[in-house]
Write a protein that binds this ligand. Structure first.
Ligand code: PHE
Length: 340
């Protein structure tokens, strides 16, 4: 029996040395020390031994058990440490490797310019309003003093979604929506997308952007219009920029003007950017037509106002010297990254 015990100890220690993971170790423990284990089986036969032999063998058996338990515990520790080291090795991070830079997004140049304009007009006391891109004939034309047969409708030959619904061709419809809802004094700007059936080229796009402005109060004159727009131009283009008001026509303003600024590239001499003219047209404006005020329930004998519509795409391309308007719509990140 003594030999048997020694043999069990030897074979258990040999197997233990081969043991590679916690699962195998547990199996080994059960197969020797478990209820039905080899060592347990031997101990069960102790009863057959003589009274002299029993304590001697009993002591040997205990020694073997303790030795095995200690060896197993030691192995368990070693395996745990190995597992940890393996994991640390596998998950190791090489802090000397070059990192991947996170690419931050940025504002589109049109948004930058629009936000700048909003800041300027807000500082002059204007509210910012929003209007729908799908408009009714009433808001886009009729209430703006453009009846059905008016020839000025041709210039804004637009995208119809039905007899009465169309994509707005100008943000001027916002004027009507605001005047129907608010009592003067009114001071609003309305930025947004507009649509016209234009051929796409370097300076035309069927989708572009405008910002409408409207002021209605008692005693508003053409001087207020000039002062307000000159102030805005000087903030955007710099105080040295000259502003030119040319007589023009819009059905919803009388008198009407178009506003040019001296070309910031050549200072007025004439260059590629201003197509040799020395001036760049940036907006249409005028004094709100009495018919428009009356149609919105505002008495033109008491109140007067001015309105303007700025082309935001033109403002953006001239400010950043962008040669082709299509760049604003292509979403090419190589182009857009330059504005971050
Ligand atoms: N809506 C006009 C256009 O798109 C611009 C404009 C706005 C003119 C307000 C006068 C007053 O051309």
């Amino acid at each position: 029996m003594r030999e048997q015990l020694e043999q069990i100890k030897a074979s258990a220690l040999a197997e233990l040395a081969q043991c590679g993971d916690g699962k195998a170790l547990e199996a080994l423990r059960v197969s020797y020390l478990g209820k039905k284990g080899q060592l347990t089986a031997i101990l069960k036969q102790m009863g057959k031994l003589s009274a002299e032999e029993r304590p001697v063998i009993g002591q040997v058996a205990n020694e073997v058990r303790q030795a095995l338990e200690a060896a197993i515990a030691e192995k368990q520790e070693a395996l745990k440490e190995k597992e940890l080291n393996d994991r640390l090795e596998a998950e190791r991070i090489d802090v000397t490797m070059p990192g991947k830079a996170a690419k931050a997004g940025g504002l589109h140049p049109l948004s930058i310019v629009t936000n700048d304009l909003i800041d300027i007009f807000q500082s002059m006391g204007f509210d910012v309003v929003d209007g729908p891109e799908v408009e009714t004939d009433h808001y886009l034309f009729e209430a703006l003093n453009l009846p059905k047969d008016h020839p000025a409708r041709d210039m804004q030959d637009t995208f119809y979604l039905g007899d009465n619904l169309l994509l707005r061709s100008q943000t001027s419809s916002a004027q009507i929506r605001v005047m129907e809802q608010r009592k003067p004094p009114i001071r609003i700007v309305c930025p947004g997308r507009v649509y016209r059936a234009d051929e796409v080229d370097a300076t035309h796009s069927p989708v572009f952007h405008q910002m409408e402005g409207l002021v209605v109060d008692k005693g508003i004159t053409m001087c207020d219009l000039k002062g307000c727009l000159e102030q805005f131009v000087h903030e955007i283009y710099g105080p040295e920029t000259q502003v030119r008001f040319r007589p023009s026509f819009f059905p919803f303003t009388e008198p009407s003007v178009e506003v040019d600024v001296s070309c910031s590239e050549c200072g007025g001499k004439g260059c590629r950017i201003c197509k040799g003219a020395g001036w760049i047209e940036i907006l249409g404006a005028g004094m709100v037509h009495p018919n428009v005020l009356r149609g919105c329930g505002i008495d033109p004998e008491v109140y007067s106002g001015f309105a303007f519509g700025v082309g935001l795409d033109r403002l953006t391309t001239t400010r950043y010297k962008i040669s082709d308007i299509r760049l604003l719509f292509e979403n090419d990140t190589r182009f857009l990254d330059q504005f971050n």
